[in-house]
Design a protein around this ligand. Structure first.
Ligand code: ADP
Ligand code: MG
Length: 384
């Protein structure tokens, strides 16, 4: 935190007005449900994007990241254009996009000097991009006294990513980063952003949630995400509902029988069953029956692998090796095609499970995975 403030001061020749942090997230269950108005259950990671900001009222925006070599990126707030290339500073779009989205909503954010550094692994499905957007939204909200609610900050950040950066993500990542609280998973209804903090104290149950970053960079830009999104919309249209969220799990067999296209049928089966799995996991957590969450995660993985077809060899191997070594359950998390998996383990067996996954990766000739425990951490906040 102080390092970011010190670097800011060295870079800009004055102290920042404040320093803010926003976390990455990992999703426990509910994948590809958020663009179907469905349910998700993410938790914030201890890893954060930390940003020092100083307000400027001259319409100039200067951005610098400690994690990207190169000079600072200087932009004019009036000239911000969606989908514009920023040369070496392609990353700057995530920050500039939030300025653009706030200005588009009529908020008088004139400019700022920004320096940031992040401990959220990038491209690992842990939402380093949302962390960047949300830390920017919160800092500007406070610097300019906008008084926006957390949910509005999340919506603004999502708008930046969708319309300015050009990534058609749902609202989960930004809402998790903005609204999560320590010791809880966030049960989020992505239709109306209704949310509930669900206690998740795994250590009290002798359990641990491991994140396994496969180091396979997920790349959703090749249209795979868009195709699934379109398939889900087609399914909702064919079934005469606004979104797949409106198909109850009990109606699933009847709904599937109405769908002639096998691919659409498989997408619908995944989304409806994963929405149901989110509710089952929330019920189990509420009842203190935490071990029983494991098999629901593994079921969710099979659905993502077989019905949605968004897994990959490395993610499947994590699940197989972890469960084979005694994990209670495991699944890929995030968009898939690489990125990370979550594994629920007994604390006493966590090392053995990690070792089994590492050995399986070595044997298969994959790059060594990065494994760390996910402790439900705080959402975006001011540090100083
Ligand atoms: P994810 O959100 O899963 O990590 P994305 O592809 O959505 O993956 O976002 C990753 C991008 O976010 C990076 O390529 C970079 O442009 C930007 N980014 C993330 N963290 C930083 C950082 N510390 N500094 C600069 N850019 C960052
Ligand atoms: Mg992202």
């Amino acid at each position: 935190m102080t390092a970011v403030a010190d670097d800011f001061t060295r870079l800009y020749g004055r102290a920042p007005d404040g320093v803010w942090a926003a976390p990455g997230r990992v999703n426990l269950i509910g994948e590809y449900t958020d663009f179907n108005d469905g349910f998700v259950l993410p938790l914030a990671l201890p890893h954060t994007a930390v940003a020092a900001f100083a307000r400027r009222d001259d319409g100039v925006l200067r951005l610098h990241s400690a994690d990207v070599p190169g000079p600072l990126v200087e932009l004019r707030a009036d000239d911000l254009t969606p989908l514009s290339p920023y040369g070496h500073g392609g990353w700057a779009a995530y920050v500039a996009g939030v300025f653009w989205a706030l200005r588009g909503a009529g908020h008088p954010v004139a400019g700022a000097d920004v320096h940031l550094a992040s401990t959220v692994p990038t491209g690992a499905g842990l939402s380093s991009s949302a962390a960047l957007e949300v830390v920017t939204a919160l800092a500007l909200d406070e610097l300019y006294g906008l008084g926006l609610a957390r949910e509005e900050l999340a919506r603004t950040a999502q708008r930046a990513e969708n319309a300015f950066v050009g990534v058609p993500c749902g609202v989960m990542d930004q809402t998790a980063s903005a609204c999560c609280t320590e010791g809880h998973a966030l049960f989020l209804d992505t239709r109306d952003l209704g949310l509930r903090q669900v206690p998740l104290d795994l250590a009290a149950h002798g359990l641990r949630l491991l994140v396994v970053d496969t180091r396979v960079k997920h790349a959703l830009g090749d249209g795979a995400y868009a195709r699934r999104r379109a398939g889900c919309e087609e399914g909702a249209r064919a079934l005469g509902v606004r979104a797949l969220r409106d198909i109850d799990h009990a109606q699933l067999p009847g709904a599937l029988a109405e769908l002639p296209d096998a691919t659409v049928r498989a997408y619908v089966r995944h989304v409806v069953s994963d929405n149901h799995r989110v509710r089952r996991v929330v019920d189990l957590l509420d009842a203190g029956n935490v071990r029983a969450v494991g098999p629901v995660l593994t079921e969710g993985h099979a659905s993502l692998r077989d019905d949605l077809e968004v897994s990959c060899a490395e993610l499947d191997l994590v699940v197989r090796a972890a469960c084979g070594a005694g994990a209670l359950g495991a699944r890929m998390t995030g968009g898939g095609f690489g990125g990370s998996a979550v594994v629920l383990v007994e604390e006493a067996g966590a090392d053995a499970v990690s070792l089994a996954v590492e050995e399986a990766f070595a044997k298969a000739g994959h790059t060594a995975p990065r494994i760390f425990p996910a402790v439900a951490s705080a959402g975006a906040r001011r540090l100083s």
